[in-house]
Design a protein around this ligand. Structure first.
Ligand code: AP5
Length: 215
């Protein structure tokens, strides 16, 4: 089972992707998480990606495709993948189709989480991430038990550098200009596509998502 979770920054791709990957025992492949890990590890890849991420711009396709191919090859024995934040350009979508074909598999669905910009700006302003274990919270909708502290590992929570309002607005522009057109590419190529209202409680969205793939 291979599913793309598609949507603007803050739509809930990571939150839903994690739950869905657990439910169906799939590998969640988040290019954003992989880039942030590379930055934390201080690798050359992380250094190259940093300037783009901090400015809210897309990291070049060649860099992204290199890390995606590596993970897909390493995890080829899994039941499938949840792609989160990938693909973001037509070139990435075409390369993913080739990689899946080489693995003898294909895409089951592109699931789009639809949501208004102003809700996203507020959500991202409230997002808190754990630098220790990667858990994600929200000051407004999913607060940790103790303010500012990770429930799971006790580390101090931080705000992502690209969640500042002006960077979020640029990320939303980049989504509209460069990433949303990828949906037209999938339509032209006959990919199965589902739209879900992303402005509902996490559990309600998850129930709909599971129903799409259960049985
Ligand atoms: P990436 O990390 O992929 O960021 P994004 O796509 O902008 O998505 P986010 O992680 O911000 O949001 P999300 O949809 O996962 O929402 P989440 O579940 O966390 O990319 C970062 C950067 O890396 C890019 O700008 C680019 O530079 C680079 N990059 C990455 N991939 C790339 C690629 N393929 N090509 C080129 N460059 C690439 O939820 C957000 C918040 O809302 C959380 O606080 C959460 O708790 C809360 N929340 C979630 N669901 C709900 C709900 N239903 N109700 C209320 N609150 C909710």
């Amino acid at each position: 089972m291979n599913v793309i979770l598609f949507g603007p920054p803050g739509a809930g791709k990571g939150t839903q992707g994690e739950l869905l990957a657990d439910r169906f025992d799939l590998k969640r492949l988040s290019t954003g998480d992989l880039l942030r890990e590379a930055r934390r590890a201080g690798t050359e890849l992380g250094r190259r990606a940093q300037q783009y991420m901090d400015a809210g711009e897309l990291v070049p396709d060649a860099v992204i495709l290199g890390i995606v191919r590596e993970v897909m090859e390493a995890e080829a024995q899994r039941n499938g993948f949840i792609f989160d934040g990938f693909p973001r350009t037509e070139a990435q979508a075409a390369a993913l189709a080739d990689m899946l074909r080489e693995m003898g598999t294909s895409l089951n669905a592109v699931v789009v989480l639809d949501i208004e910009d102003e809700t996203l700006v507020r959500r991202l302003a409230g997002r808190l991430s754990c630098p220790g274990c990667g858990a994600v919270y929200n000051r407004y909708s999913e607060p940790p038990r103790v303010a500012g502290i990770c429930d799971l590992c006790g580390a101090e929570l931080v705000q992502r550098a690209d969640d500042r309002e002006e960077t979020v607005r640029r990320r939303l522009e980049v989504y509209r200009e460069q990433t949303a057109p990828v949906l037209d590419w999938y339509e032209r190529n006959g990919a199965p596509m589902e739209h879900l209202d992303g402005d509902r409680p996490v559990r309600a969205i998850q129930t709909d998502l599971v129903a799409l793939f259960d049985g």
